[in-house]
Every structure is written in C-alpha cells, then in structure tokens.
Write a protein that binds this ligand. Structure first.
Ligand SMILES: [Ca+2]
Ligand SMILES: [Ca+2]
Ligand SMILES: [Ca+2]
Length: 395
C-alpha cells in the first residue's frame, strides 16, 4: 500500500488559485461589458487566451503532463498527489468529485472521499470494512458507495494473487458488499441495497431517476437497476460471465458496460474457469469487451472487439461515442499500459486519447461535457502511484 492523499498535506491542499488568474478574468469581464465593438472583439480574444480555471478548487494546473498527441486535452489539472486515488466521478453540478483512496499502511483498505466546496477531501465512508465504487446522488447532498461494513469491522484479508510472479490480475468480489448512501456533510448513512452476495459498482443516471449496479443476486454477475430508494429492482443482463461497471447514457435510454469476452473455440474451458473463480468470489478481468444494452434488457450489442482488457466505459456528451480504457494496444499478457480510447457505438473509428506509458483509466465526462476526470500513473513520484486528473476537453 502506498501513501494516500489524506495522510499528508498535499500540494493541492496547499495550493491556492493564483490571484493573477482571477485578475486576468476580471479584466476580461470588464472589457466585455464595453459597448465598443472593437474592444469587445479584442476582449473575446483575450478571454480565449485567459488562464484556465479548474472546475474543482485546489486542483493544480499540470499542462506539462499532457503527452505529445493528447490533442483532446486543452488543460490538465492534478487533484491528488501520491498513493492510490481512482474512480473519481462528477457531482451533478460538476463542481465536486467522489473518489476512492487506498489508505496507507498494513491492513488498510479503500475508502470513499468527496471533494468539498473548497476542493479539500472529505471522508464519506465510515472507516469499517472495504469500500468501492462511489457516485453522487441527485442534488449532490449524498454519495452512494459499496461497503462490507455490516460484516467487517476492519479491512478483510484475502489471498491476493501475486501479479509480480505472473499470477493473473484478480478482483475480489466480496459477497458481503452492500450499497450505502451517506450524506456529504451531515454524517447520515442508510442502506440502499443489501442481502447476501456482491452488490456494488452503482452509478446514477444523468437524468437522476435510476441507479444501475452489479449484483450476484440471480446467481451470476449481472447488471440490475433500481429507483433512488433502492426499490423497483429490475435485472438487465442474463448471460453467463461478468457483466458490470455500467453507466447510463445522458438520455437515460442506454447502458454501457464491460463484459467477459469468451475466446471463440475455447468457450467451454473459459466458462468453467470463470465459474470456478466465481465460486471463490473472484473475477479475472483480463479479457473484457465493451457492450451497450437498453435498461429493459433488450438490444444487447457488443461495441469493441479489440482483445485484452477493455473496461471503464462512459458515453461521450452527445451519446454517439464511448470513451473507455484498454490495454489491447500493449504487449499481450495483461500488460499494464492502459490508455483511454474513443470509438463509435458500433466499435468503429477507434481513436487513442491518452499516450502516457502507464495506467490511464476511469474516464467520466462532466455533465456539461467540458471536462474529463480520469485516473493516471502519470507524474507520480513513485512507480505505480495513481492520481486523479481533470482535463479540459476539446474535440
Ligand atoms: Ca450484498
Ligand atoms: Ca452475467
Ligand atoms: Ca497509458
């Protein structure tokens, strides 16, 4: 385990917005109020060149970490500095992120945090059990997340495969996971989804009316939806294999998710292996592709056929493309260089978005489409550090 953003003062916590940036913005604003056409035109030019302001206060401008070829990134801010920080997802107002931070030290677990109005990190989960997968509820006063806190007072232990010794990368899908909703500032906490078995990976539709999550309640890993109170449960997927990590399209009419990809001709052996892992509450995510499906379970369509591990998909603001993370372009065998890619909903027009040599994943566009939050190893002070970044997006 490595350093967390919370266990020491971070550069982001220490940094304040540069007052000169504010002055420049104010100057541009004053000029824009002028009636003279020439002055307005010049002010518009100046405004376009004005220094960038992060949507999350205290994030530090790090345009030097934009790699050559990352042409969709106009500006890049770093939100966390050190340790493992990932799965940062936007609030509905696009002014906060909820995220997962692995605490530093022996026996420490992932915890859920959210940025407050001033950009500083606030704990959301209560410190018991292991947690994962947070997301803001409509109204931004609450955050949902999965936790084993009802069964585990401390961080549960498991015999983690040693990837350094060539053992396959494996996810532990604790059957004790339930989904909770906690207040961002009032200390409240309630159960949204419970019952024995894995319930996690919940996200809320941009329309604010439904939640999608991954559950084993029907005997396999499937997508389910429910209302904002955890009622009206509806099963979405039904095929053998892992189906999870779903997000709604902006119009609420589709889901995009990751699903196990069986190798043609080797389905029987792979499915037997999948079921053996599933009996032990584990998943090996080395071979996954991106799919879309209607929330009622119809129109299941495979988007990517790239090979490798394709995961963490999110719809582009116009719902016409998907951005996702993949290692298909790297050397075979579970390579660690994940990058963000775009493609059309039929899997065509694959475009590489990130160019860093290491891990880039968990992309989510802000609801207004202007910014992309993602997690990356870039700029780390130690190998394998994962930090949260915010990119200003340009087409
Ligand atoms: Ca459960
Ligand atoms: Ca399934
Ligand atoms: Ca990369």
């Amino acid at each position: 385990m490595t350093q967390t953003a919370l266990s020491r003062p971070t550069a982001s916590l220490q940094a304040l917005r540069n007052p000169s940036l504010l002055l420049a913005s104010m100057a541009a604003g004053v000029a824009l109020s002028s009636c003279a056409y020439d002055e307005s035109a010049k002010a518009l030019e100046d405004a376009e060149e004005a220094p960038a302001i992060s949507p999350i206060p205290n994030a530090v401008l790090k345009n030097e970490l934009i790699e050559p070829g990352e042409t969709h990134f106009k500006n890049l801010w770093q939100l966390t500095f050190g340790g493992q920080n990932a799965e940062a997802y936007w609030s509905f107002a696009d002014d906060r992120l909820s995220l997962q931070i692995t605490e530093d030290g022996e026996g420490k677990c992932d915890r859920i945090y959210a940025t407050g109005p001033d950009g500083t990190m606030r704990p959301i989960s209560n410190g018991q059990g292991v947690t994962t997968c947070s997301f803001f509820m409509p109204g931004d006063q609450e955050v949902l997340y999965a936790s084993t806190q009802s069964s585990h007072a401390s961080c549960p232990k498991w015999d983690k495969p040693n990837t350094a010794k060539g053992e396959p990368y494996t996810w532990k899908i604790w059957p004790e996971y339930d989904i909770y909703v906690a207040g961002v500032s009032d200390g409240s906490e309630r159960v949204l989804i419970d019952g024995y078995g894995y319930d996690a990976e919940a996200t809320v539709s941009p329309r604010g009316d439904r939640i999608v999550f991954t559950s084993t309640r029907s005997g396999d890993l499937e997508l389910w939806t429910c209302d904002l109170e955890g009622g009206d449960l509806q099963q979405v997927t039904e095929e053998l294999g892992y189906d999870g990590g779903a997000f709604f399209s902006h119009d609420g009419r589709q889901l995009v998710f990751r699903s196990t990809a069986w190798t043609p001709g080797e389905e029987a052996a792979e499915q037997a292996s999948y079921l053996e892992d599933f009996q032990r509450w584990q998943v090996k995510p080395g071979k996954m592709e991106i799919f879309t499906i209607s929330p009622d379970g119809s129109n299941r369509k495979q988007v990517t056929s790239l090979g490798g591990a394709n995961f963490a998909p999110y719809f582009t603001p116009d719902d016409q493309q998907v951005i996702f993370s993949s290692n298909h372009h790297d050397a075979p065998g579970g390579a660690l260089n994940f990058d963000l890619f775009l493609c059309d909903l039929d899997g065509n027009a694959v475009e590489r978005v990130t160019q860093s040599a290491y891990f880039d994943a968990f992309p989510m566009f802000s609801h207004d489409g202007r910014f992309l939050a993602f997690s990356s190893n870039r700029g780390g002070t130690k190998p394998g550090e994962t930090n949260v970044f915010i990119a200003e997006w340009i087409e």
